[in-house]
Ligand binder design. Structure first.
Ligand code: GAP
Length: 527
């Protein structure tokens, strides 16, 4: 079947999401609220499965990553230290005629609200000069609404990880390289939310801050930093190797939950796109129907974040590494001095760029160098940062398929099927009694549902013809359906008693399976 046009495909996806209960507009009965979306029954399951798969693979199945669940509202100084209060802005222009507000860098794509058939730039109204618009939502903590009580809804989950770094480090008995991971809500007052859930004002992130030793420490301990290569982590990996490791792991993870490798692209950010402290950032982009867009960013952020919190809070974020201390003590004078000088130079560069005046910066860098010699350093970080909602949208776009099929009566029809990977499918199994007015069939189907429901989400359906029930589950993305028929209840002999028809969503193939084999057969595929 010919591929539908991309805008048409997007419309079909949005329509299916509403019709089948994946995604609804927030506050729909009041006309909705721009940039906010709710997940319906199927969407809520899908989202849970995605977050659980990430948590299991990133936190529970690894020995070098710890979990965190921090508050959305934090001390406002966190956002001053992180730079968000001063620089987390988009350039914005106002139309003096229609009073609409646009992102200056997206004017050409934005419809004019007064004349939706026209683009914003074509609206005749004179525009203001671009102004910086801070994307953080503000609120007030406590009963008094004044400037002293302003707080922010977090625009990323990452800062809580940095702020709790020392607590996690001290309680988990980890040492670099190790990570801290968090899943949670983030809020950005986007000037122009768009493309369904892609750019929302309330969304969820899944972020890892992976703390590593500075390269000078690796050189002291291992003699040299190895060139980036694929494979299992090694002692002598510096930041470039860890950065490569993480963007390759993340692509492999996306493949493991059903995104096609061909639809994922690695894009190195250009030098002028990078934040001043970032050494390199790779975006993993996905082919959405509206274009190739960012799904996740993997940034090598040096020791900037912990250094900022150390500087602003006055609380040391350095850690002591005895292996480093011993390694340095065994080096000859020249090698030791070269490494300490290199560490000092990097600290001085950071301190000057963060606004510390020359004399003080030199003094602090000197002290940092002396600390390094004794085995102390501020950990560096690699940050893989993913958006849950963008991933859900990518999974829905990947899963959506239409194919022509011929029904039992020879009639051609279009089957809409969501080909979710069984691991993330909202419902794993549909259970159907062939006829709803045969108590033996219904009782047996209920029994099969009960057997499976402790292991996986199961949907019971007895309404309508079997073909229609299959189609309904195809649209929900249910990978397996079981039909309980007269064979199951032993009416056609011993041999087929206690067997069911297992129907596979993608191939529509059917096979006879013993009820006692179902859990063992299905569980490994849906976990
Ligand atoms: N801590 C780094 C950070 O927040 P980011 O590139 O601003 O980096 C990371 O955001 C991810 O969060 C993005 O790759 C995207 O998946 C998701 N994201 C960011 N803004 C979003 C928005 N307005 N709506 C939905 N997802 C968003």
């Amino acid at each position: 079947m010919a591929e539908p046009k991309n805008t048409e495909l997007m419309e079909k996806i949005v329509s299916l999401c509403k019709r089948r209960g994946f995604v609804f507009q927030s506050s729909e009965i009041y006309g909705g609220i721009n940039g906010f979306w709710d997940y319906g029954p199927l969407g809520a399951e899908l989202k849970r499965n995605v977050k659980e798969a990430w948590w299991r693979d990133i936190v529970q199945n690894r020995e070098d990553v710890e979990g965190l669940d921090a508050t959305i509202i934090m001390h406002p100084t966190v956002w001053k230290a992180s730079g968000h209060v001063d620089t987390f802005t988009d350039p914005m222009v106002d139309c003096k005629t229609c009073k609409a507000r646009f992102r200056a860098d997206q004017m050409c794509d934005t419809p004019c609200p007064k004349k939706p058939s026209k683009k914003a730039t074509e609206c005749e109204g004179e525009k203001t000069e671009p102004r910086a618009f801070n994307l953080m939502f503000t609120t007030h903590v406590g009963p008094v609404k004044d400037d002293a009580n302003v707080a922010y809804l977090r625009p990323e989950t990452a800062q809580a990880i940095f702020v709790q770094f020392k607590n996690v480090f001290e309680t988990s008995r980890q040492k670099p390289p190790f990570g801290i991971a968090q899943i949670g809500k983030a809020f950005r007052n986007e000037v122009t939310p768009r493309n369904f859930t892609f750019r929302s004002r309330e969304f969820e992130q899944m972020e890892i801050e992976f703390f590593i030793k500075p390269d000078e420490a690796i050189r002291a301990i291992s003699g040299a930093v190895s060139a980036p290569a694929s494979g299992e982590p090694r002692e002598d990996w510096g930041w470039e190797a860890w950065h490569k490791y993480w963007f390759e792991s993340r692509v492999a993870w996306y493949e493991s939950i059903g995104l096609n490798r061909d639809s994922l692209h690695i894009r190195w950010q250009e030098q002028d796109e990078l934040a001043h402290y970032a050494r390199a950032t790779v975006d993993i982009e996905f082919d959405f129907p509206f274009g190739q867009q960012e799904l996740e960013g993997i940034a090598a952020r040096s020791d900037y974040d912990l250094s900022q919190h150390q500087k602003v809070s006055g609380k040391s974020q350095t850690i002591f590494d005895d292996e480093l201390r011993q390694a340095l003590s065994k080096l000859d004078e020249g090698q030791r001095a070269e490494l300490v000088d290199s560490y000092k130079a990097a600290r001085l560069k950071y301190l000057l760029s963060s606004g510390v005046e020359q004399e003080l910066a030199e003094k602090s860098a000197e002290a940092d160098g002396a600390g390094f010699l004794k085995g102390n350093y501020v950990p560096h970080v690699i940050e893989p940062s993913a958006g849950v909602d963008r991933l859900i949208l990518a999974l829905i776009c990947t899963a959506y398929d239409e194919e022509k099929v011929v029904d039992e009566k020879g009639k051609e029809e279009v089957r809409t099927v969501m080909r979710f990977h069984p691991r993330i499918a909202p419902i794993k199994v549909g259970v159907f009694p062939l006829l709803k007015n045969k108590p033996e069939l219904v009782a047996k189907a209920r029994e099969v549902k009960k057997l499976l429901q402790d292991h996986m989400p199961v949907f019971y359906d007895e309404a309508g013809a079997i073909g229609r029930r299959y189609r309904r589950q195809d649209e929900a993305g249910t990978p397996f359906c079981l039909t309980i028929d007269f064979d199951t209840i032993g009416e056609n002999g011993e041999e087929t008693a206690d067997t069911v028809t297992l129907r596979h969503r993608d191939s529509m193939k059917q096979e006879r399976v013993r009820i006692s084999d179902l859990v063992g057969m299905l569980l490994p595929q849906v976990r």
